[in-house]
Design a binder for this molecule. Sequence first.
Ligand SMILES: *Cc1c(COP(=O)(O)O)cnc(C)c1O
Length: 376
Amino acid sequence: MVDLQSQYAKIKETVNTSIQEVLNTSAYINGPLVKEFQSDLEKYLDVKHVIPCANGTDALQIAMMGLGLEQGDEVITADFTFAATVEVIALLKLTPVLVDVEPDTFNIDINALKKAITPKTKAIVPVHLFGQVANMEAVLEIAEEHNLFVIEDNAQAIGADYTFKNGTKQKAGTIGNVGTTSFFPSKNLGCYGDGGAIFTNDDELAHTLRGIVNHGMYTRYYHDVVGVNSRLDSIQAGVLKAKLPLLDSYCEARRNAARFYNNAFANNPNIITPTTSSCNGICETCNCHVFHQYTLQITNGKRDELHKHLLENDIPNAIYYPIALHSQKAYKDSRYNEDDFPVTNKLIKTVISLPMHTELDNEQLSFITNIINNFL
Ligand SMILES: *Cc1c(COP(=O)(O)O)cnc(C)c1O
């Protein structure tokens, strides 16, 4: 699904130099590279504050802690996403409220979101699934009307741009009150271990978050709030500092692969290719979808057969996600009604994700697309 070895081979010298710098100084925790990467990422995202932390799940948890959400507060998020999003809501004893997604973008459904709001609702967590930014204009309008926090789960869309109707652009993850990301190796900006970060333009919230990641300390050994220990270590920061200047070219490489796939499947009646919502098709200049995953919908009922056929031909592929969150044992709840999730319930049976990374070449893409088109 990814090819981290070929990617590393091309950047070996800069990454090794960065790692060697950490080894030479032994500044493994909170070394200068962490600050340098933080500041580079703030510039890249055009956001006032980046707070590095240990992983993308921690980032979500810390963001919710920093906003002062309390037991019983309802937090709305999408039913079709990785479990981390709903996991931290439940862990903090907040009440997760799962809603359906849109059939074309797989992102949170705005009408379902509106319907789910109650007097207890305190926050919305749009997930920019598979690399495409959710409908943030609508999410912000709803949040403003009902006085809700917006926490963007940007683990899959770092580097993507969101274009508002008036033409202004903002980087994914910097649009809501707070945004979070993951630097897990296979993410679009991946380190060589675990890593994550939180973004915000709110000075006061940034200060609160910086204390929470560090045991609730604002002055050394004075613990003002209950915090956690969540750090991005210096070696990971070194890897990320070396890779950040390449992120735009990585996004471009992913979009090129997506374009190849889209063209190859354009005339296949059994395949729905990914839709981009902020522009028509994958446009050349817009960066609204950075293709963390390239996900097809197979409409003739042969998704599972295709999955097997591809494995038999040594073509990696994956079902993201095979079970809706509202059906997971851990998150089942009598409040949910199956009729509320027609899209997710359909997607779990029709989606399949193909290899998607920065190193795909036309020969590989031809091989994959020919096998799929011949089978379907
Ligand atoms: C990967 C991911 C996370 C969690 O990131 P980790 O660094 O693995 O903890 C959270 N949300 C989404 C949507 C993800 O894809």
